[in-house]
Ligand binder design. Structure first.
Ligand code: GLN
Length: 361
């Protein structure tokens, strides 16, 4: 069915709808990864967003049940140049189009994704809508506030996974990617996921040895309860790691500020420099917001920087075993150059446990 993408500024791209074929709206963002569409579609950080893939052929390796970051696609829509309907891969169980349709997700193909990406790069991220045939979206509907994104992806109840005898890690879950949980569990940890609204007191009842602040969708400033929880948790000197939204929340909880980037970072090839060692890693990224360096609180220091635009990619606390990164050490999709950050976290947790056991030294 003929359809079009209409941007908030009136720009129009014609194509063909696929999937659920319903009118949808969202923030239009682009991702430059060459593979990994399943991980992107199911990454809860994409709630409320319509994702443009700059790689021109999408769907060529079909769909499988292993490469997903959550149980269902979370994007509001998928925008591609060419959709492949003849997938070929030994793990494929079906077509991408059918998977999206089953889950009520609309897509559009035949879009000049290069022109669209250049437009977003020049004008900044903006709202868009997919409509069928000659329909036109209502401008008010297009720009009206989108639903609270974290509420739809945070766990609704406390969930404990992994080794029950393992080191206890309490995760403040804003829509955690499955790969992050896997990295913790593979290190023998006992992982408890807490709803985004949980207080520090409730989390501390679990007697965690470490805390992880997860990735998640939306603006971190819209989560005042979580900022308060992180602030309270920091008083306990428990080792803490933050990833993406978790990184932004750590910075806000310490009194810092964040701002919205013009078109965000989404892809699998963002070079990041570790300032303390000079090492450069190629990272997987997916974010709109970034830490405002000029407002960095005194208790924090910048550890990582993006070599494309100089933005802050990592921070650590000057006195406490607390650090966070803006990028995705779990990759999924993308290069695994930074997985060792999970080992750093594990080491911090173990060292702090040893200190507890020998209070006199
Ligand atoms: N992947 C994430 O955690 C994204 C964080 C936040 N929603 C942003 O867009 O910046």
């Amino acid at each position: 069915m003929k359809g079009k993408l209409i941007l908030e500024d009136g720009t129009l791209f014609e194509g063909k709808l696929f999937g659920a074929m319903k009118q949808v709206r969202g923030e239009v963002v682009f991702n430059t990864g060459m593979t990994g569409y399943q991980e992107l579609l199911t990454d809860p950080s994409y709630v409320n967003q319509m994702v443009v893939l700059t790689y021109p052929l999408v769907g060529n390796y079909g769909f499988n049940w292993e490469d997903v970051e959550s149980a269902s696609p979370k994007v509001n829509a998928l925008i591609v140049k060419e959709l492949c309907r003849t997938p070929s891969h030994f793990r494929s169980v079906g077509q991408l189009e059918h998977y999206l349709k089953e889950h009520g997700i609309t897509g559009i193909e035949g879009i000049d994704t290069r022109a669209l990406t250049i437009h977003i790069r020049e004008k900044g991220m903006m709202r868009g809508a997919l409509v069928a045939g000659d329909e036109m979206p209502d401008q008010q509907w297009l720009t009206a506030p989108l639903p609270d994104p974290v509420a739809s992806v945070t766990t609704t109840q406390v969930k404990t996974l992994g080794n029950p005898e393992g080191t206890r890690i309490a995760v403040l879950d804003f829509g955690i990617k499955g790969a992050i949980v896997k990295h913790l569990i593979n290190r023998g940890m006992c992982v408890s996921l807490y709803p985004a609204q949980t207080t520090a007191k409730e989390m501390l009842a679990f007697q965690p040895s470490g805390i992880l602040l997860s990735n998640g969708p939306g603006n971190p400033k819209d989560l005042p309860a979580a900022i308060k929880t992180v602030n309270d948790l920091l008083k306990m000197d428990i080792p803490l790691m933050g990833i993406c939204l978790g990184h932004q929340l750590l910075n806000l909880a310490c009194g810092g500020d964040v701002y919205k980037l013009p078109f965000g970072h989404r892809g699998g090839n963002h070079p990041v420099k570790h300032l303390e060692t000079g090492a450069v890693t190629i990272t997987s990224q997916n974010h709109s917001y970034a830490v405002k360096e000029e407002c960095l609180p005194d208790c924090l220091t910048v550890t990582h920087r993006n070599l494309n635009d100089g933005t802050v990619e990592g921070i650590r606390h000057r006195q406490k075993p607390v650090f966070s990164v803006q990028y995705h050490p779990e990759a999924s999709p993308g290069p695994a150059d930074s997985v060792a950050l999970f080992d750093t976290f594990q080491q911090m947790v173990e060292e702090s446990l040893q200190k507890e056991e020998k209070p006199c030294h």
